[in-house]
Structures are given as C-alpha cells and as structure tokens.
Design a protein around this ligand. Structure first.
Ligand code: GCB
Length: 869
C-alpha cells in the first residue's frame, strides 16, 4: 500500500512566476466506505460517488453514512511561504479535511464549493510526503438541507478537487469559496455601460507591501477595451478593499441568448517594488439588463423575451452525481439545442462548468439552494441555509447568465403537522421568518438580480401564509394534468393568481409528466407514463404559457430522467419526467420544444428510439398495419416515404405532422423531407400481427399486457407487448373482467404506481385485468407455449397500499387444470412478478383457451404470451 501511495504522489513544482497556481488533484485517491479507516481501501478517481451502484438494485434505500478518502501530496519546499488551499468544487455533504494527521477544516453542505487552508500543516520537505485524509458523510442531518426531496443524495467527492497555491499577497481566498473578486455592471444601455470590479487583497506576510491593482477589460474578440490601475498599501497580515469603476464604456456588445457576447475582466496585483505580479484572476463579463414585469413578463436588453427551458439535475445514467465536466457542458449544449433560453439549476448549486457553459452559450439562469419540501425549525438549520445562500451568490456572482437567486422549494408541502393545527401554524410562521431572512441576505449580497420562491399547486396555502409576498418573483411548480386533473386548466390557475396578485411577477418553475420511453399508446391518458401523453402535456403547457404575456416563461421538469431512490415508477428509483433519458436520448417532448423554439429548420420523426413495433394488420388488405407517427417540425409540411416510396404529404398543425404509416412486416425505412430540404429517417422493425387468423398472414408470437392500453417494448428490442383487446372470433383477446383501477380517492388513473420486484418489466406487470374469465387465441394448429404473468398489486393508493383481499383461482388451459388454487396466500406475493409457462398442442382448429375459475376473491391476469414452438 505504502509503495502505491508513493507511486501515486505528485511533486508540485514552483514555476518561475509568483502567480497563483491551481492544479486539479483528482487522480490517485484511495477510498474506504464506512466509519472506520480500518476497512477496505480502493483506488478511485474524482469525481466519485459511493452510491452509483447501490441505486441500481431493486431494493429501496442507499448508503447514507461516512466514507474516507486519502491521498499523498508531495509539495515542493519552494512553496513554503505561499498560501496553500485545497479547493473542493463540491462534496456531499459534511467534509472534514486532515493533513498529516491534523484537522485542517470542515465544511457543511453538499452542493457548494469550499476552500480549506492547508499550508500551515504541510512539511515542505522534499524527502517526505504529506498525507491528506478526508472524512465525508452523507448521513441525514436535521440541520442540513436538503432534508427530504425527490432525488438521491449521493455521497462522495463528486466534483473536482484542486490544489491552490498563491503568493502571500493575493485576492481574498477566504470568502465563501468565491474568487474574492466581484464584477458587476451597475448600468448598461445600448450606448454605454458602467463596470465595477471589487474585492479584498490579503497580505499573509509579515511585511507591509506597496501594491498596484491592475484591472483590464477585454472584449469578446480579445481586444483590450479599458484598463485602470490603483495603488494601495497592505499592512502585515492585513486585508484591504479595492475597487475599480469603469464609467461609460462605449458601445458595449450586449450579451443575450441569441448573441452571448462575452467580455473578460482581468485583475492583477503587482508588487510596486519588484514589478512582479503576485496574483491574477479572470472573470467573465456580459453586458445586459433585464426586468420582470407582473403584467408583461420578462424583458432582456429592453426587449420582451419569453423564458423557455428546463430544470436540470446533476445526474447521469450509472454515474449518479459524479459527472465529468464534459457531461455538464453537454447538457447545457443540449438544452440550448432545444431552442431554450432558460435553465433552472435545481434544486442546488451545480458544477462551475454548468455556469460557464451558460455564459458562453447564452442561457439565462435561475439558481437555488437545496431547501426542499420542508425546513427544520432550529437555529442550526437556519445558519446552514444562510451560509449556503451566501456561498451560492458569492461563488456564482460573476456569471452574467444568472438573473435569479431562489430558495425554498415547496416548503409548505410536508404533511408533518395536522392541517390547521397550532403546530402547523407555528411551522408556517417559522418558514416565513426564514424566508424573510434569506430574502434580506440575498438582496444585501446582490441587488442586481431578482429573488424567487417556488411554490406548488395549492394556491390557498400560499395565499394564506403570505409567502407569495416575500420574494420579488413567485414561481409555480404546477402539475395540472399530472398529480392533479387536466392540463387544460393550468392557465386558469395562474389567471386567478395574477388577478389576486397583480404586482407579483411569475414564472412556471416546474411542470412535467412522467414518460418511460418504452411505453407508447394511441390512447394517451394521465399517469400512463407514455411518450404520447407527455407530448400532449408539454404542448398544452407551452400553448397556455405563450398565450399569457404576464407569465414570464417556464422551465420544464426535468431536462433529464434522474435518480430518486424512493420513487416507484415504471422504471423504479427514477423520476422519468425528463425531456431526455438518463443517458440523454431525446424524448418527443424535446423535439416539441425544438420545433417550436429552435432557430434552424427542424424535421424530427418522433419516438425514433422505438425501433421494434407491432400492430394489427388492416383487415381485408392483410399487407400492412396503419400506425400513427408524429413528425415535429417548424416547416409548413413534410413528404413521407416508406421503403423509398412516397406515401403521404402532410401539413403541419401546431408544429406537428401526423403521418399514418402503412408499416409492413419486417424492416421499414421511414423518411420525411421538408420543402427546404431538412429531412429525417429511421429504420423500424415491425411485427405485423394478423388481425384475423383466417387471413393468409402467418401467425406471430403474441405478447399481451392485460389492463393496458399501451404498447410496451422491453427496451432491448426483442419483445413488444401489445395492449389488451376483447376477444373476437378468429383473433385473440380477453373474455370478461375489468381493468384494475383506483380504489380510493388518491386517484391514480392508470395501473399501479408501485415498483414490481423481480422484473425489469414493471409497466407490463403494473396493469391487470381483474375478474377475467378467460383469454382466447384462435391460433392455427400446432405446438405452443403459453406464458402467464401475474403480480399482486394490492390496493391502488399513492401511499401505504394495503394488501389485496385473499384470492385463489384455478387456471385451465384447453381443458387441462394447470394450476390448482393459484393464490395470494402462497405463490402470488405482493408486488412480485410471478410467471408460469405451459406447453399446448393445438389440434382440430380449437385454438387456445386459458380459463380462470375463481375459488375465493377475484381472478387476475397481468400478461400473457403465446409462443410458437
Ligand atoms: C416537484 C418537486 C420536484 C419533484 C417533482 C416531481 O414539485 O419540486 O423536486 O421531482 O415535483 O416530479 O414530482
């Protein structure tokens, strides 16, 4: 181990310059999970999380506890006298840093950067190394937000770590993880702009120093447009403020989403005696001004701009929160490519790479600290919240893309106290007190941005508590058409708010619908989690948002599917409201935004990843199946070709062309072209199911999901499950029974919302037919395997589902009793996939009949397969 450590060590060399050196130290760390350092150590590279694997299993829950990291540093003796820090961009959530066995510092909070001075603990001995050890914990702590939220709190040093060495005279390194230099534009117009640069300079040495601060502004093309210098003196171990004010810089090239012209500010500290630069920082600078109006929405640089975009979690398939910078940047590019001009960095500050990309690519940012769902009514909690807000603002102050600082997402929602109880009233009062403190702090830290609190769709509770009046903007997280009834009234909800609060600007901080890319339907319905329902949902929100000028804009929830360990969805442990999958495959909603807001010609075939489809042949024609395919486009019409042959020319309605595609059995090459030449093509494999077994079409293996109106692909491109149909002669289907449906007021209108264990095919098992009498398939004579799938869904409730009442039934296949008394007291375990197969020989055109005979309670069937052997 020791040898490896030495191998892993680094020698930091002093460069000729006296300036600041910042080098990443991501490699060669050793990690040990658990609370003792005697455990098993493994070599890891940062970004790292210890939860990436344990959120992939069937079990709810993930490790919330301690972990240790260690690494050797070999710091050159020449660095003695420098100010040396370890700089962490983020580690979740309480980190204590030790150097050579002594505590260097600690930091609370998993989502902001922090800087720990370590110079005083280093050896500066070329024959010895220094050891850095970090104790980190992501254990729940009532005083640290987030307490409870719909995402997984991955533990680990999941963002870059740097070693930072500055000359003893430097810009303040002890300022909430910020650069210590703050750039602002107090006044901007098309003709001229003022720029202010300020901060503190520290002299960590024992002799007073005569210094000069040199500030330069470079335009987006690299030309220097202004400079200033000021002399100052800093006493021994002292700090002095500096300020550079550039008045009326002429003709600034404005920053906007369309033209994100980025200037740069360079500040340098020069020793007046030696002429040596002792420290230097560079910051982005964007010239823009903006305002929110309660009546007419958002204005940037004097022009009205509807804010359109999405929320973004720092989460990627199999990586958890430990993303390399390139993936952060790519998300911003993908969001921009959707035609957006807005990102809500939710629910916590994110990697600096995100903000840098927003500045560069032109996305307006609202950012917030992770107070989600509830607060703790303690001083400790309050102190942590205030510190987090201060860290966020100081660390990201210089990004021109940021326009809103937010805090407190839906904190009135937690049903901890009985409605109307004194405890609840006291809780509300404490929420308001904390909100006012955060508001005051935010405005004091930064008077150039807006403040915002996001609430949820219970209008009354927000009105009654007075929380709407605290921040400058009120944000609404609205799920009309998802958690509540129809999306058609989402605009009306806001109209009421606007009428009651004519002076409060508003923006839709969230709206979204779950969408599992394996699920498709021609009959979209709330809670079916299909691609098609989510597409309708987003189109409806966009329309109502665009119709109302007072709505500043909206951010869809979420840009990506993300881990939420306690969620039970069609894909358990995931929130699937993303416009993209967890590995960034666009869903149809993404194309809807692109077709509506994208600048380039857009022609996109929807559901392009749905490569294996199935459907019934058109009766009498027996050549093909007619299936709808949506094309999202900003072109007037598209012409469509199937396997090289033109079959339709369709006009766009609301940026969508609906094709009826005559899919043939086997490979289908679908191509669409617009008059301007933009085009798209996909290859789709189609399984043509004979509508009637009397037709000349050959038998195709049948996979049917009962109680289901969706077509489900297995995700691996092998099996496609058809929605149920009622039995018709010469065909197949169920006889008798009804859909498994809601049994209480929680209103889950589709199947069960619980995870099914022992399968990846949760959606197939999550719907069922109850009281079914039989399933018949009039298949041709031959040998078949019949596979039956069951799952005990229990009562259909959002919370605490009760077990289903006792049931037991016989299963008879073509007259043969194959299961005697299949029962939820024995084989059918709660929410556990259960399947059983039986072989049948079909003779004399008798087909297959599977009968379900109740002995006690109701019969059920979740899915059935008929496979030719
Ligand atoms: C919300 C929350 C967000 C959730 C989302 C959902 O209102 O702010 O954290 O993930 O709803 O999907 O339920």
């Amino acid at each position: 181990m020791r040898a490896l450590f030495i191998f892993a060590s680094w020698l930091f060399l002093l460069t000729a310059s006296a300036q600041r050196i910042k080098t990443s130290v991501n490699s060669n760390w050793w990690f040990c999970k658990g609370d003792s350092s005697s455990g098993h150590w493994q070599q890891v590279t940062i970004p790292h999380t210890w939860n990436a694997a344990d959120v992939l299993d069937d079990e709810p829950g993930y490790y919330r506890g301690a972990g240790w990291y260690k690494r050797l540093l070999s710091v050159s003796p020449a660095w003695k006298g420098k100010t040396i820090h370890l700089y962490f961009e983020g580690a979740n959530q309480v980190a204590t840093v030790f150097v050579n066995g002594k505590k260097a510092g600690t930091h609370t909070g998993g989502y902001s950067a922090f800087s720990i001075p370590i110079g005083h603990l280093l050896r500066f001995d070329s024959s010895a190394t220094d050891e850095v050890v970090i104790h980190l914990t992501n254990a729940h702590d009532e005083n640290i937000p987030p307490l409870n939220a719909d995402f997984s709190f991955f533990g680990g040093i999941y963002r870059d770590v740097y070693l930072l060495a500055a000359d003893e005279v430097h810009f303040d390194l002890d300022n909430y993880g910020s650069s210590g230099v703050f750039v602002s534009t107090p006044r901007v117009s098309e003709q001229w702009a003022d720029v202010q640069v300020k901060g503190l300079i520290e002299n960590a040495g024992a002799t007073p120093r005569l210094l000069q601060v040199h500030t330069e502004i470079y335009d987006d093309r690299g030309a220097r447009v202004a400079q200033q210098q000021a002399d100052l003196t800093v006493g021994a171990f002292g700090k002095v403020p500096f300020l550079a004010f550039f008045s009326r810089l002429q003709q600034p090239r404005l920053w906007s989403p369309d033209k994100p012209n980025l200037y740069r500010v360079l500040t340098r500290i020069i020793d007046r005696n030696s002429g040596v630069t002792t420290d230097e920082t560079a910051h982005p600078l964007g010239f823009r001004w903006f305002r929110f109006s309660a009546d007419s929405g958002f204005f940037l640089n004097g022009k009205h701009l509807k804010l359109i975009g999405a929320n973004r979690h720092q989460d990627f398939k199999k990586l958890g929160n430990a993303l390399p910078d390139a993936l952060h940047v790519r998300d911003v590019e993908l969001l921009k490519g959707m035609g957006s001009n807005l990102i809500r960095i939710a629910h916590y500050p994110q990697d600096p790479a995100v903000l840098e990309a927003c500045d560069r690519l032109g996305l307006l940012v609202m950012e917030e600290i992770p107070i989600v769902n509830r607060i703790t009514q303690t001083e400790g909690f309050e102190a942590n919240c205030l510190a987090m807000q201060r860290e966020m603002i100081r660390q990201h102050f210089n990004h021109p893309s940021v326009i809103i600082w937010a805090y407190m997402n839906e904190v009135l929602i937690e049903p901890r106290y009985e409605k109307g109880s004194p405890e609840q009233e006291a809780y509300f009062r404490d929420v308001l007190t904390l909100a006012r403190k955060l508001e005051a702090l935010t405005r004091q830290e930064d008077s150039s941005r807006y403040t915002l609190i996001p609430g949820y769709g219970d209008y009354e509770v927000h009105r009654r508590t007075g929380i709407i009046d605290v921040a400058m903007i009120f944000g609404w997280n609205l799920y009309r058409g998802w958690y509540e009834e129809t999306y058609h009234d989402f605009g009306k909800y806001l109209d009421r708010f606007h009428a009651d609060y004519p002076k409060v600007p508003t923006i839709i901080t969230e709206y979204g619908a779950d969408c599992d890319v394996r699920l498709h339907t021609t009959k979209p319905q709330r809670f079916d989690k299909s691609m098609e329902y989510a597409a309708l949902f987003h189109a409806a929100y966009i329309k109502q948002m665009m119709e109302r000028q007072y709505i500043s804009g909206g951010a869809a929830w979420n840009f990506v599917d993300f881990n939420s360990e306690y969620r039970q969805e069609a894909t358990p442990h995931m929130n699937t409201k993303g416009l993209m999958t967890a590995d960034r495959i666009p869903k149809d909603a993404y194309w809807i935004y692109q077709a509506r807001f994208g600048k380039e010609p857009v022609v996109r075939i929807g559901s392009r990843e749905w490569k294996l489809r199935s459907g019934l042949s058109v009766s009498g024609v027996d050549q093909h199946s007619l299936q709808p395919v949506d094309v999202y486009t900003n072109q007037p019409f598209v012409t469509a070709y199937l396997n090289g042959k033109k079959f339709a020319s369709v006009k766009a309605v609301d940026r969508r062309c609906r094709l009826m595609v005559p899919f043939v059995d086997g490979r289908n090459k679908l191509e669409v072209r617009s008059p301007q030449g933009a085009s798209d093509a996909v290859d789709i494999d189609f399984e043509l199911q004979p509508a009637s077994y009397a037709s000349p079409l050959p038998f195709k293996d049948l996979h049917v999901s009962l109680g289901d109106r969706r077509q489900t692909s297995d995700g691996a491109g092998r099996t496609v499950w058809l929605p149920e149909q009622e039995y018709k002669a010469n065909s197949w289907g169920y006889i008798g029974g009804e859909l498994y449906r809601l049994r209480d007021s929680d209103q889950i209108p589709y199947g069960s919302n619980r995870a099914i264990l022992g399968t990846g095919l949760d959606p197939v098992y999550a719907t069922q037919r109850v009281n079914i009498e039989a399933f018949r398939a009039d298949v041709p004579d031959g040998n078949y395997r019949v596979v039956l799938h069951f799952a005990e869904l229990g009562e259909n409730r959002m919370r605490n589902p009760a077990p289903a009442p006792e049931r037991s039934f016989d299963v008879i296949v073509n007259g043969l009793l194959v299961w005697k008394g299949l029962s939820n007291q024995k084989e059918l375990l709660p929410r556990q996939a259960f399947q059983t197969a039986t072989d049948v020989e079909v003779r004399n055109k008798k087909g297959i009949t599977v009968s379900f005979v109740p002995l006690k309670g109701q019969t059920i069937l979740n899915a059935i397969e008929v496979i030719r052997r």
